[in-house]
Design a protein around this ligand. Structure first.
Ligand SMILES: Nc1nc2c(c(=O)[nH]1)N[C@H]1C(S)=C(S)[C@@H](COP(=O)(O)OP(=O)(O)OC[C@H]3O[C@@H](n4cnc5c(=O)[nH]c(N)nc54)[C@H](O)[C@@H]3O)O[C@H]1N2
Ligand SMILES: Nc1nc2c(c(=O)[nH]1)N[C@H]1C(S)=C(S)[C@@H](COP(=O)(O)OP(=O)(O)OC[C@H]3O[C@@H](n4cnc5c(=O)[nH]c(N)nc54)[C@H](O)[C@@H]3O)O[C@H]1N2
Ligand SMILES: [Mo]
Length: 726
């Protein structure tokens, strides 16, 4: 008997439906059982009617009540009473906190201008309302610096869009129809669990599943084959695959002729990319590349699940741009279950959000935009570093001269993010957060590494306690979240906190008087694009989630209609040329490989290793790290090393090792395993620094430097020395 049915017959229980807020493609709809008498949530499970959730939650969210009712929940506003970063706070009443924060912000704006205020946020919640909803209104009204949200997906997003036009692709449920599935830079069983049943359905019908990854992940273990590749080299693999496909005439000439642009240029671009050349770069044997190309071109439908793991590299954008040429070349888009999927976010690109975010409140002002990956630089008093922190999307966007960098950041307002743990170049971030003259406010559910550096910590509600609407990036169902329980302690939704901050600053605009329900209702009502036809507030309330109004099955590019400038899949892109890129696919090597090729100064040590830090299974970025059950499951901060790399450094399993480069160093426990390509180490992330040896985590060694596209992050493009730590 399903839990829904079991509780439905229990008169002491009410069932409330909602949706998981976390940064994951699955955006699972859930149901919560609430004891009527106490108002306490007693159970949570996956929504049984949701076609992707299918009644099941992941191991983390299945235990969500442990997080919601955790003893560490912040329940009152806190004011700093010790030195910056010491984590010493005293509770204060809301009215006092708001009055004092309002006063400080006003003084900072009066002295330095509103651009001296920097909001810092990411996807702690992906809700449209508790994410950027009222926050955007607040910062637009203020004229604060804007934040380019580059920390996750930007390089790959840009690369995908150059080729295909928007992040649309295979519908998740259609993977069941594929006969060959390439899982490329994705650890599906960890970070996209709800795709797996569709992969399994395909396998039952005879599909082969191949995983292209530097690590033999649990997904690779569960698949038919692990294709081990050196990190950041995927572009070379794709170029060689296309070389073989074109050389052997295995491409779909009719699809290419009708629906693509620049086949001649593509042919020229791949001509020199023999499998042998790619093998030397990727570590994938030439014969395997050749066979993979044939298998891919001749098995239909062929699906590629590409994900963000492969684009956290200097050449990540170009690699994504290149790989996304493959499905059009072989005509995979013709078939249900054929094509590629990076994200479904582009399927929602017509969502009208200006009524919620109110960019008009900028009233003609155009504040600077700061690249969130360069928080360390942004917080610097050095104007040339601040200039570098300006968002530069493309090579043609210049770095401003230092005298145009704008004022130093004097106030930082953090919500839905934990930059002291997750942002690159942790030493630089911390040096900024430690500044005595920086005023920092953190809206949080828990006392994170970042909250430790705050002047004021404001307690925020969790998804069980507030309203929201979720726009997923892994499927096509828009979902409503209804509050199931009252706020824990004195916590408030982000929406209400920003409303009160607006009042504290004297912002009288009527938009700050709208209730959460009102804003969400208006958001739904504001949609005019046909894709949202039939999605009404009433249906969301009654059903919990509603599918986007696109055909079923949804095969976006069966007959072309790519949302590119030419309407075709662009093997050749004028837009790329204009933006400062080669217009046809090329190989852009990762920085770690370039650095490794430099002559070494001292030869008394084995050469440095490439380092990647993809998610630990039980954590979600740095969320869940403080929940005992999940911390126990992950044990301790680890470094996976190939046996040969360990032997060369006289490192034994379980040894404490130091991982270091010019940016910093971190201590981890060695885990010797052949589940990683030789020459690369893997540190599962993202541990809270305060739970790590020495109070530092792997982002001590990751760089602020941008990837090739979208000013994206380069978390997995790092060269490190690994030594036994004495
Ligand atoms: N449990 C859990 N789920 C999550 C998250 C989490 O932290 N925990 N994070 C969420 C978020 S924010 C995101 S963005 C997604 C991330 O999920 P994914 O997009 O899947 O990205 P990652 O997990 O970073 O990396 C996936 C795989 O890529 C591999 N990889 C690294 N570099 C390369 C490379 O150069 N080439 C190839 N082929 N593979 C490479 C890694 O070893 C890893 O196995 O997942 C979301 N879901
Ligand atoms: N080394 C390394 N670093 C990485 C990555 C990696 O793979 N390796 N992954 C990168 C990626 S893909 C991403 S997306 C970023 C993620 O970076 P973040 O978006 O910062 O993600 P989290 O670490 O999960 O932190 C989110 C915080 O938001 C809080 N939160 C959740 N809901 C709410 C709410 O409603 N209100 C408020 N006020 N707070 C809330 C949570 O408690 C949590 O502390 O990290 C990046 N950093
Ligand atoms: Mo992410």
């Amino acid at each position: 008997m399903s839990k829904a049915i079991q509780y439905q017959t229990d008169p002491t229980i009410s069932i409330i439906s909602g949706v998981c807020p976390h940064d994951c493609p699955d955006s699972c709809s859930w149901q919560v059982a609430v004891e009527r008498a106490s108002g306490r949530a007693v159970d949570i499970w996956g929504h049984p009617d949701h076609p992707v959730t299918q009644g099941r939650l992941c191991g983390k969210v299945d235990r969500y009540l442990e997080r919601t009712y955790h003893a560490g929940r912040l329940t009152t506003p806190l004011k700093r009473v010790g030195p910056k970063g010491s984590g010493q706070f005293a509770p204060v009443p809301w009215a006092q906190a708001l009055r004092e924060i309002g006063g400080r912000l006003q003084a900072i704006i009066a002295e330095h201008g509103a651009e001296a205020v920097l909001p810092y946020s990411y996807a702690g919640t992906m809700g449209l309302l508790q994410g950027e909803g009222v926050a955007a209104r607040f910062f637009h009204r203020m004229g604060a610096s804007q934040l380019a949200q580059t920390i996750c997906s930007e390089a790959g997003f840009e690369g995908y869009c150059y080729t295909i036009g928007a992040t649309e692709g295979i519908d998740t449920v259609d993977f069941a129809h594929a006969r060959l599935i390439l899982i490329w830079g994705s650890n599906t069983l960890t970070s996209n669990l709800h795709l797996w049943p569709f992969v399994q359905a395909a396998r039952k019908a005879g599909a082969r599943v191949l995983v292209i990854d530097p690590a033999r992940t649990r997904t690779a273990d569960a698949a038919d084959e692990w294709i081990a590749i050196r990190p950041g080299t995927d572009g070379a693999l794709a170029l060689a695959m296309m070389h073989v496909i074109v050389a052997e005439g295995l491409h779909d000439q009719a699809y290419v002729d009708a629906y693509t642009l620049g086949f001649a240029e593509l042919k020229a671009a791949v001509a020199g990319w023999t499998p042998a050349r790619a093998a030397a770069i990727t570590g994938v044997p030439a014969a395997r590349i050749e066979q993979l190309a044939r298998e891919y071109a001749t098995t239909q439908p062929a699906a590629i699940r590409i994900n963000y793991g492969m684009q956290r590299h200097y050449g990540g954008g170009m690699a994504m741009r290149t790989i996304t040429c493959l499905p059009a070349l072989v005509g995979a888009w013709r078939h249900r279950g054929g094509g590629i999927q990076l994200s479904a976010s582009g399927s929602f690109r017509h969502l009208e959000r200006s009524g919620l975010f109110r960019p008009d409140l900028l009233a003609g002002r155009a504040p600077r935009t700061i690249n969130m990956n360069r928080l360390g630089d942004a917080l610097s008093h050095d104007a040339s570093r601040r200039a570098r922190a300006h968002y530069r999307l493309r090579p043609v966007d210049p770095t401003p001269p230092p005298d145009q960098a704008g004022p130093p950041v004097m106030a930082l307002i953090v919500y839905n993010s934990n930059p002291a743990a997750v942002a690159p170049d942790q030493a630089a971030v911390r040096a900024g957060l430690k500044r005595e003259d920086l005023f920092t406010v953190v809206l949080e559910q828990f006392q994170t590494d970042t909250a430790d550096y705050a002047d004021y910590v404001l307690p925020a509600t969790t998804q069980l306690e507030h309203w929201d609407i979720l726009k997923p990036y892994g499927h096509l169902f828009l979902a409503l979240n209804q509050p199931a329980i009252a706020p824990v302690g004195e916590s408030l939704p982000n929406s209400e906190i920003f409303r009160r901050l607006a009042a504290a600053l004297g912002y009288a605009d009527p938009c700050f008087a709208e209730s959460d329900e009102e804003m969400l209702r208006n958001l739904v009502a504001a949609q005019t694009h046909p894709r949202f036809a039939g999605i009404t507030w009433e249906r969301l309330l009654a059903e919990g989630f509603v599918r986007l109004n696109v055909p079923e099955p949804y095969l976006p590019f069966v007959t072309g209609n790519f949302p590119t400038p030419s309407g075709k899949c662009e093997f050749y892109s004028e837009r790329m040329a204009a933006d400062g890129y080669p217009p046809a696919p090329v190989y852009t090597p990762p920085r770690w490989a370039d650095e490794l090729a430099q002559p070494a100064a001292a030869m008394d040590e084995p050469p440095p290793l490439a380092c990647i830090s993809p998610p630990a299974h039980s954590f979600l970025n740095s969320t869940f790290v403080n929940i005992e059950r999940f911390q126990r499951r992950e044990g301790q901060p680890l470094l996976r090393l190939h046996p040969q790399d360990a032997a060369a450094r006289k490192i034994a399993d379980g040894d404490m090792v130091e991982v270091a480069n010019e940016l910093g160093c971190v201590q981890l426990t060695a885990e010797i395993s052949d589940a990683i390509v030789q020459g690369t180490v893997l540190a599962p992330g993202v541990w809270w620094a305060k739970f790590s040896p020495g109070g530092r985590n792997i982002n001590q060694v990751t760089p602020q430097d941008e990837a090739d596209m979208g000013a994206g992050a380069r978390f997995y493009d790092v060269l490190v020395q690994v030594r036994r730590f004495e």
